[in-house]
Design a protein around this ligand. Structure first.
Ligand code: LUZ
Ligand code: MOS
Length: 758
């Protein structure tokens, strides 16, 4: 047994030795960028005059739309987003001009000298207003199964309602940034904070009118991303790259926290209108839902996010008649974008709220209502995919057992009977999370592996390291195939010269896709090495075939005579001497995933991750605050590559989600300006917000329909567990006021308002 689990970045982070973009010493001649940000959410540029600002000593160049040599366009899925707006300002804080100067303060001061005349236009901020006007990026999408109208007529009970969830700031520790360095000829290297090297390379090449091979993307590691750099980093990378291209000097773009929070997009707020039909046992026969999202100024990833919300609209319930419609609306907010869960939490919040309403109306236990509706192996999802190896009901039983649910219910009832100013509540939420990019073509990855002459290794994959330790997981995969310790493998920066055309590290698929690609590369190297091992062992008098060779813990031996060994390092040296290749490229694409958007039918997911959570909270009726007393999580994880890393992901996702549901709030003024733009006013959870008791049970089931070595994706599915806190607070509030309507997020203010019995 190892004393410490493998975690490549752990020691570096703890000792402050890990390096981030912008941490390096400034390059000679490097320019700093500052921006003129739009002072209105919607308007028309009448005049933009930079001449006075440009004449200030130390100002090297001021860049505007007129300076873009190629296409002034950074839209990717839909080409609707200019690098700099030429006329129409679409959101408050949109960059209109970039000042490049010898230092940041000079640049900042020169921004104030830029002259801007605008005609202010009415901003559309509200999702209802946008929806009514049909301001959608694409027409309504639909997934449908069964006969919804007939089932609604025949249902014993029906309910309808509107459910809303709110946005969320990503609050990555590392703000948006890029360092662009011009090279020989017209080559350009971008060290950029992105989850998507391929997108930045492609978009940058269009903006500059250069072929892609002139643009080199390098991502050492990110200080967190959470989806906020899946696409949103492209703008800042292209601005830095354009500056470097025009001045032939290195350019650094590095947003301050306030700038970042003011001008970058967030999680999509959703508003959903639904109708449901069910019987006296709480079994849902029909669900009709319209999911409406506030997408902000440009399409960005809004359509894919809406689609994932639609794919998760029924969550863990098998519903025979369902109509799931979705509309993503354009408004004058910074483009809302990917955020851990990618629409699924928003879709799941609605169905779980509906299940709570059904339980309340029928006076049934919320856990029983979830069980009776739970998917079973072989059921069909509304989009036609067969749900394989799925036992939500069994997981819920396990949760009831480990949490002593019956005991907790009694405890809460007794507490509530004995206390007037505090109330407790329980909340339960299951999850069934689909794994794969729902845009099927993104489900591919590559890896490049070199074994050096001493037996150590260099691995590059398309995976961006952002704290989730995709690097450790890929190294673990190679270490298993070649039988060498993780310490012998260096996982390199993500670089477009070593691995091109990399899909975004996103959709929880980073370790699945890049782990498989790493496995394939390592297996190729192994297959080259095995015949050499046979010859080496023959010199020790061992007769064997390649398939008898074992590679374990840096040793090489035949399973027939395991005591006669050589070392991996000697094997590699011998292979080199025999002119056998010591490198390989691995390519993986996920089999069998497809989805027909027009028909709303297909197999979008390679597999599902299932689990459930229960939280117990206590609220204070005098100040509205809550504490999470206990949380129990039962999570189906297959054969984990690293249980420690997975636990870290589960705790992190739970806490981040509980923050979204309870304390994180994005107030907006009537002009479309975010008001909470730094940590003094935007509150994220800290270590003190972790439940007093937090128990995570990892269930190895599910390995048959999983990924590399039977492991399962873990980045996003546990985000759903934080919803249990919101439902627990709602439950506690209702103990004080049975008709309470609790808002989202359940801030202290929301809790106090809900106690108002009018
Ligand atoms: N990005 C994407 C994602 O392009 N497609 C997806 O399905 C997805 N899912 C989760 C997170 N990012
Ligand atoms: Mo994403 S929300 O970057 O998986």
């Amino acid at each position: 047994m190892k004393k410490y689990p493998d975690h490549i970045s752990g020691k570096l982070h703890l000792t402050g030795a890990s390096r981030f973009i912008g941490d390096e010493v400034p390059l000679p001649g490097m320019l700093h960028a500052k921006f003129l940000f739009a002072p209105v959410a919607h308007g028309r540029i009448k005049r933009l005059d930079v001449s006075r600002a440009a004449s200030v000593p130390g100002i090297v160049r001021i860049v505007t739309a007129a300076d873009v040599p190629g296409a002034n366009q950074i839209g990717h899925v839909i080409k609707d987003e200019p690098l700099f707006p030429e006329s129409e300002i679409m959101y408050f804080g949109q960059p209109l001009a970039m000042v490049l100067a010898e230092d940041e303060i000079l640049a900042e001061n020169a921004v104030k000298l830029i002259e801007l005349d605008i005609e202010e236009l009415e901003p559309v901020l509200d999702v209802d207003a946008a929806d009514e006007r049909g301001e959608w990026y694409v027409p309504e999408r639909k997934i449908e199964c069964g006969d919804v109208e007939k089932a609604l007529q025949e249902a014993e009970f029906t309910l309808s309602g509107v459910t809303e969830s709110a946005g969320q700031e990503h609050f990555y520790m590392e703000s948006q940034r890029c360092r662009a360095v011009p090279g020989e000829g017209s080559t350009l290297t971008l060290c950029t904070a992105t989850q998507s090297t391929m997108e930045v390379q492609e978009v940058m090449s269009h903006v500059l009118g250069l072929p892609a091979h002139h643009i080199i993307i390098d991502v050492p590691r990110l200080g967190g991303a959470f989806g906020g750099k899946e696409r949103a980093g492209t703008l800042w990378a292209c601005l830095a790259g354009l500056g470097a291209f025009l001045t032939k000097r290195p350019v650094q773009v590095l947003l301050t926290r306030d700038e970042d929070m003011k001008v970058t997009g967030k999680r999509h707020p959703f508003k959903s209108k639904w109708r449901v039909g069910f019987d006296a046992r709480g079994r849902i026969s029909v669900y009709d839902i319209e999911l409406i999202s506030n997408g902000g100024a440009y399409a960005d990833l809004s359509i894919a996010i809406l689609e994932r919300a639609m794919f998760h609209a029924e969550n863990a319930c098998h519903i025979p008649n369902a109509r799931i419609r979705g509309r993503a609306c354009r408004t004058n907010l910074p483009s809302n974008t990917a955020f851990r869960g990618f629409g699924a939490p928003q879709g799941i919040f609605v169905i779980e709220s509906v299940l709570e309403k059904i339980a309340e109306q029928l006076r049934l236990d919320p856990l029983e209502v979830r069980k009776i509706n739970a998917y079973q192996t072989g059921d069909l999802a509304p989009y036609g995919q067969t749900v394989k190896e799925c036992d939500i009901s069994g997981l819920l039983d396990r949760l009831a057992h480990t949490s002593d649910y019956e005991g907790l219910k009694k405890e809460v009832a007794e507490f509530n009977a004995a206390h007037n100013s505090q109330k407790q509540g329980l909340g339960i939420v299951p999850v069934k999370f689909g794994i794969s990019f729902t845009t099927a073509l993104l489900n591919q990855a590559s890896a490049l592996l070199w074994i050096y002459i001493d037996g150590s290794a260099s691995l590059t994959t398309g995976g961006v390291e952002m704290g989730q330790e995709v690097s450790t997981k890929c190294a673990i995969v190679v270490s298993r195939v070649l039988g060498i310790p993780v310490e012998k493998i260096r996982v390199e920066s993500n670089n477009s010269q070593r691995v091109g055309n990399a899909s975004p590290t996103a959709a929880s698929t980073g370790s699945d896709l890049n782990g498989h690609a790493s496995r394939i590369a390592a297996e190729k190297v192994r297959d080259h090495l095995l015949p050499v091992a046979v010859e080496m062992l023959a010199q020790h008098g061992v007769e064997c075939h390649p398939e008898d060779i074992c590679l374990e813990e840096g040793s090489v031996f035949s399973r027939i005579e395991p005591e006669k060994k050589t070392t991996f390092a000697d094997l590699v040296r011998e292979a080199y001497n025999s002119r056998v290749p010591l490198a390989a490229y691995g390519y993986y694409s996920t089999p069998g995933v497809h989805f027909d958007r027009d028909k709303g039918v297909g197999n979008p997911f390679h597999y599902y991750v299932c689990g459930c959570a229960l939280s117990q909270v206590e609220i204070d009726l005098l100040n509205g605050e809550h504490r999470v007393l206990k949380t129990f999580i039962v999570h189906e994880n297959g054969n984990s590559l690293s249980e420690e890393i997975d636990r870290g992901q589960i705790v992190g996702a739970f806490v981040q989600s509980a923050g979204w549901c309870t304390i994180e709030e994005l107030p907006l003024d009537t002009k479309g300006r975010y008001l909470a733009v730094n940590p003094s006013t935007y509150k994220i959870p800290t270590v003190r917000d972790i439940p007093e008791q937090l128990e995570i049970e990892l269930v190895p089931a599910g390995a048959d329909y999983a990924s590399v070595f039977g492991s399962k994706a873990v980045g996003e599915p546990p985000f759903i567990y934080g919803l249990s806190v919101w439902f627990a607070i709602q439950n506690a509030v209702r103990a004080a006021n049975p008709v309470a309507q609790l808002r989202f997020p359940a801030t202290p203010e929301a809790v106090l308002l809900s106690l108002n019995k009018e």
